[in-house]
Design a protein around this ligand. Structure first.
Ligand code: FEC
Length: 310
């Protein structure tokens, strides 16, 4: 029988325990260990979110399982087999490709659990996957983006409508939908990187589908590297909105698809507190996690990537 096509499902990765935070942080910093102060700061943030656990790991596991079931149902069982590969934790991207090679898989599609492309994010995942595939004689196809897939837009627009319904008078006056995504070093702009345009395109499509007129886009979670990062940051944006009399904000992350640190801490704890201190009520959409429509967007994208190669 013909070997199935491997699907390398890639995600950021998270530590397995508090003891693993240092190695994880060192990996993110390309082998440079954090200072004791940086390590303590990150460890404290993990301890603060939902009881100091690492929800990204479980969410990624569930997404990979759900994507497998979705591929089975749209393409037939045995056509595709999903493997996991993480950027900064085990099982690493290379481990996922090695597991496929051990199972005799010759053709692989790679897809990342984030919809928009940047050379500095998705490009980095794909480079590592491609290199490992080349080493093992596996042919590799990269899905660069799926930021305008109709199922994704529809899934997000439903989450926006649900979020708006939490405000007593829905999308009334003094309220705004604030789309957000992880910032990157500003030098990506010089590289003609599509990241910003794709994030704005996702945001505009979701706003239109949800019937939202009053919206903005902002960056979040910038790193402290001494270099400039893309702005304005969400805290700056909230400060400005408060001064303009905005009272209610629905934060809608469009570059993240899971509950994890950058959502549960940076938005739910840090940004919410900052907003409340300025008289703004901040709500956030429920993250997609293994939402059926999101899984369909990914499965359909994978199947089409294979068809385009054939
Ligand atoms: O829940 C978790 O355990 C992990 C949450 C998490 C996600 C995530 C996603 C993205 N990042 C992106 C870019 C960068 C760049 C740097 C950077 C640094 C960190 C640090 C932590 C961290 N990131 Fe992350 N990111 C997550 C967590 N990220 C922790 C290190 C400490 C800190 O700055 O807070 C800077 C690296 C450097 O120092 O050079 C750049 C991008 C995404 C969204 C796309 C994706 O999911 O891949 C882009 C989730």
């Amino acid at each position: 029988a013909q070997k199935p096509t491997g699907v390398l499902v890639m995600s950021y990765g998270t530590p397995e325990s508090l003891e693993g935070v240092e190695a994880y942080y060192t990996h993110i910093r390309r082998g440079n260990p954090p200072t004791a102060e940086q390590l303590e700061d990150l460890t404290d943030r993990y301890k603060t979110i939902v009881g100091g656990v690492f929800p990204l790991r479980e969410n990624t596991n569930r997404q990979v399982e759900a994507l497998q079931l979705t591929l089975d149902s749209i393409a037939g069982e045995g056509k595709y087999v999903c493997y996991q590969g993480l950027k900064h934790a085990a099982p690493y991207i290379e481990d996922g490709v090695a597991a496929m090679a051990a199972d005799g898989i010759k053709e692989v599609v790679g897809i990342v659990l984030t919809p928009q492309y940047s050379a500095m994010s998705v490009g980095g995942y794909m480079k590592r996957a491609q290199e490992e595939a080349d080493k093992r004689g596996i042919s590799f196809v990269a899905v660069k983006e799926y930021h305008l897939h109709p199922e994704l837009i529809d899934a997000l627009s439903k989450r926006v409508q649900e979020g708006l319904s939490r405000f007593e008078d829905g999308a009334g006056a003094n309220m705004l939908v604030l789309f957000s995504a992880h910032s990157l070093p500003a030098k990506v702009l010089e590289m003609k990187d599509p990241y910003q345009d794709q994030l704005l395109a996702t945001s505009a499509a979701v706003a239109a589908a949800a019937g939202v007129q009053n919206w903005q886009f902002t960056w979040q979670s910038a790193g402290q590297t001494g270099q400039p990062w893309l702005g304005p940051d969400i805290l700056e944006t909230l400060e400005k909105l408060a001064s303009e009399g905005v009272k209610r904000v629905l934060v809608t992350p469009v570059g993240f698809v899971s509950d994890h640190l950058e959502v549960l801490y940076d938005i739910d704890i840090e940004a919410r507190k900052f907003a409340e201190e300025r008289g703004i009520r901040l709500e956030r959409i429920r993250m997609l996690n293994d939402d059926a429509q999101y899984m369909l967007a990914m499965a359909d994208t994978v199947v089409k990537a294979v068809a385009n190669e054939g």
